[in-house]
Write a protein that binds this ligand. Sequence first.
Ligand code: CTP
Ligand code: CA
Length: 233
Amino acid sequence: SRPAAGTTMLLGKRVVITSGGTREPLDPVRFLGNRSSGKQGVALARAAAAAGAEVELVAAHMDVAPPEGVKTTRVETALQLRTATLEASARADVVIMAAAVADFRPAEAAETKIKKRDDAADPVITLVRNPDILQEIVQVRRDSGTGPALIVGFAAETGDSSSDVLGYARQKLARKGCDLLVLNQVGRDLVFGQDQTAISILDNSGADPQVATGSKDTVARTIIERVAAELVS
Ligand code: CTP
Ligand code: CA
């Protein structure tokens, strides 16, 4: 019988997908984290594998299990995610940065548990910037003239008084230098941990974004179809 439609779209392509939220340690028992569930990254990994790709998932903290049969590297911090992703990207055709990477980490992680003390001031957490992994992958490709044919970023935006979500997304695509940017509108009840989602896919042509709504699996299939289309165009 004929294989189901789409199962060979990415046959022979190596696709690296990052997923979940990084955790930045404060001490051995505490961390700074974020609300990423990892569901979108896992759905993308499943969709890419179903399209015939050889998938490598670099997974930070997730509320869900990685898909069966997908090579998965577990990481905790942004720096660990950076190392694993740069390594995997060197041999990838496509990199999809769906992970929620902490922008900052505590300048120092205490080696022992931070204790409350009545005879000392309450602690103040000093943060330092994490490297921008997506920008680095783009930079490596630019400098070496080789690397992934397609680099996809994600943006979770709420919009604010100075710009709307699409405005921020366009600025981000330009700043990051990636090929596609998938925009998620986030708010208190939107996207994080939810099964229904709405996305817009922006490219550098200035064309209107491609919009998709539905479950994270449906949206993931749309993103993977777009990735496959970009690879042949
Ligand atoms: N990203 C990354 N490394 C970081 C931060 C973000 O690779 N240190 C990636 C994310 O995985 C995502 C894209 O960059 O694909 C956009 O992340 P986002 O947090 O929306 O962008 P930032 O540049 O961090 O801007 P903001 O100030 O809006 O958080
Ligand atoms: Ca950020």
